[in-house]
Each structure stands twice: as structure tokens, then as C-alpha cells.
Design a protein around this ligand. Structure first.
Ligand code: CA
Length: 275
């Protein structure tokens, strides 16, 4: 199968994202808030962000971060786990509870890689992790991947990621087909078209959740809450069964690798190949 899911349907040039606002396109520079108490890391990250065409602001602790956010809500927050005073994790929990910051993507910067910590962060609603020491390049790639989630959703509730498009109004999933060369037609090309993906109701709900929450890791219990609804009693391995079915559904369209297993944590829907 060819790799057909390398792109997202937003126009990008370098690291600026072109979004449609009131029918017109405008270029938006990403505004990133770095919350980190170590000046050396803070400066390195700020430099890398600016070099990548993003705006960088920084704070050294949770209190500083909150006053920066009150002034301007960032497009994404890079949050150090170990901060003096309130921990990064507690700040993440707090930001998730407030209307203003509920949907702001958070990437944790952490020196720890233990599974228990990862799960703690997932429960707090953290979008991704970058483990120290990291390269500026790795960080920028993770930021871009997480940002696609926020910018990939269009106004009608339709979402396109890679070759997949979901139309929530029609409850349909489409897969973009590559243009085909028709045999014996003297080089005539059949136009690229969308094929309808036949999908079961649970797999549809799962895919819809993933596509509207891409580039973010979810534990099995979170998926049960969000996709099945917390009141229903379903075993966690049911999630694995439907993940398998979803991959099988996407396989004929070459999109099965978008559904990624994150060891010790859960699942992620991503156009960036899994580590
Ligand atoms: Ca620290």
C-alpha cells in the first residue's frame, strides 16, 4: 500500500498556518507559551520556536504562566513537569477546568518517562509529551503535529486528516483515491475521487472522536468515557476489539496506520509515523 496520509488539508508554508476567517484567508503566526524554570532550556526552546517562525512567550512558574495567559491565550503551551510551587501537572489540570484554556493544546516537557507519570498526565488532559533531553527539531515536529488537531477541523463539523474526510452531518467517511491511469485509454487519467468508507456505528464514533482529537494520546478508560459514554459498563479490552476493527475498515484505503498504539498509555490518531 502506498503511503497516502502524509498531508493534512490545511495550507502551510513553513510554520505559519493559513486559516479561513470570515471567508478570507489570513496568516496566523502560532503563539506558544513556554513554562519552564530552567533558563537554559527556556532560552533554547524560545530560540528554536522563533527560528521556526512562531511567537514565543515564557514564564518561569505556574503563577507567571497564569498571568501571561490572562493577557493572551496562547495557541499551545509547553509545560515543564517539575516547576517550583505548583507543578506542571497541577497547572495542566487547572487549565483544563477553565473555559478559556480548556482547548489549548498542552505538551509536557518531562525528564521522566515512567508509565505511571504518563497516565497521570493523560488523566490531566495533556496532549503529548516530549522527554528531556530533546532536540529542537523533535520539539517543533511534535508542536506541528499537535497543532494540526486544532486547525484541521472545519466550520461544518467536517474534518479532514490525511486521505480521510469525515462528514458528521451525513455520518459518512470518505477516503481520497489517487488518480488512476486507465489501461488502454492512451494515457487518460481518471480524476482523483472520494470513496465512501463502509464503517460500523461504533467504529464511526471511534473514528470521529479520533479525527476531532488527533495527535493526542488517550487511555482505554478515557476512550470508554468519551466514545462509549461513562454510564455504560464495557470492559477495557472492548476498546482493543474496536480499534482492530477500525484498522481493518481503514486498511483497504491505506489509512490503518493513522490509528497508533502508544505503549503503556493507549491510542493516538496521528499522521506522524509512530516512534
Ligand atoms: Ca523544571
Amino acid at each position: 500500500m502506498r503511503d497516502r496520509h502524509s498531508g493534512v488539508t490545511i495550507s502551510r508554508s513553513n510554520d505559519t498556518i493559513v486559516t479561513k476567517a470570515q471567508g478570507r484567508s489570513r496568516i496566523v503566526q502560532k503563539h506558544i507559551l513556554i513554562v519552564e524554570d530552567e533558563p537554559a532550556i527556556r532560552d533554547m526552546v524560545a530560540f528554536a520556536l522563533r527560528k521556526a517562525g512562531m511567537e514565543a512567550a515564557h514564564a518561569a512558574d505556574a503563577r507567571g504562566a497564569q498571568s501571561m495567559i490572562a493577557e493572551r491565550v496562547p495557541d499551545l503551551i509547553l509545560l515543564d513537569w517539575m516547576l517550583p510551587g505548583m507543578s506542571g501537572l497541577d497547572l495542566a489540570r487547572r487549565l483544563r477546568k477553565e473555559d478559556l484554556t480548556r482547548d489549548v493544546p498542552i505538551i509536557m516537557l518531562t525528564a521522566r518517562g515512567e508509565e505511571t507519570d504518563r497516565v497521570g498526565g493523560l488523566e490531566a488532559g495533556v496532549d503529548d509529551y516530549v522527554v528531556k533531553p530533546f532536540s529542537p527539531r523533535e520539539l517543533i515536529a511534535r508542536i506541528n503535529a499537535v497543532m494540526r488537531r486544532t486547525h484541521g477541523v472545519d466550520g461544518d463539523g467536517g474534518v479532514s486528516i490525511g486521505a480521510l474526510r469525515i462528514d458528521s452531518g451525513a455520518h459518512r467517511v470518505y477516503a481520497r483515491q489517487e488518480p488512476k491511469y486507465l489501461e488502454g485509454s492512451g494515457g487518460t487519467v481518471e480524476a482523483a475521487s472520494d470513496a465512501i468508507v463502509p464503517i460500523g456505528p461504533t467504529e464511526y464514533r471511534l473514528l470521529h472522536f479520533f479525527m476531532t482529537h488527533a495527535e493526542r494520546v488517550y487511555s482505554r478508560s478515557q476512550l470508554l468515557d468519551y466514545v462509549w459514554g461513562g454510564s455504560v459498563y464495557v470492559e477495557e479490552r472492548t476498546v482493543d476489539v474496536h480499534i482492530r476493527r477500525l484498522r481493518k475498515t481503514l486498511e483497504p484505503f491505506g489509512c490503518q496506520d493513522l490509528v497508533q498504539t502508544v505503549r503503556g498509555a493507549g491510542y493516538r490518531f496521528s499522521t506522524t509515523p509512530a516512534e
